[in-house]
Design a protein around this ligand. Structure first.
Ligand SMILES: [Zn+2]
Length: 74
């Protein structure tokens, strides 16, 4: 796998680490690897948040049930 990519603007081959095309000077998007890492981080964060919120919802449901039961009793 060659460590080259193409300029979005002029199509010239540029280095993966180059942020600016040496031919036309156009700014390049971030390397795909960085994008994948960012997406993976966000996915892990969302999964952890959903697990935490599920546990919290279950705790809240238990306390709400207990509260409504005590309300019914009184
Ligand atoms: Zn270019």
């Amino acid at each position: 796998m060659p460590e080259k990519r193409r300029c979005r603007v002029c199509g010239a081959e540029i280095s993966m680490s180059a942020n600016i095309c040496p031919k036309c000077g156009a700014k390049q998007s971030r390397p795909l690897l960085v994008l994948i890492m960012v997406v993976a981080f966000i996915v892990i964060f969302i999964v952890e948040m959903s697990i935490m919120s599920k546990n919290r919802d279950r705790d809240q449901a238990d306390s709400v049930t207990a509260a409504s039961q005590s309300d019914d009793a009184s």
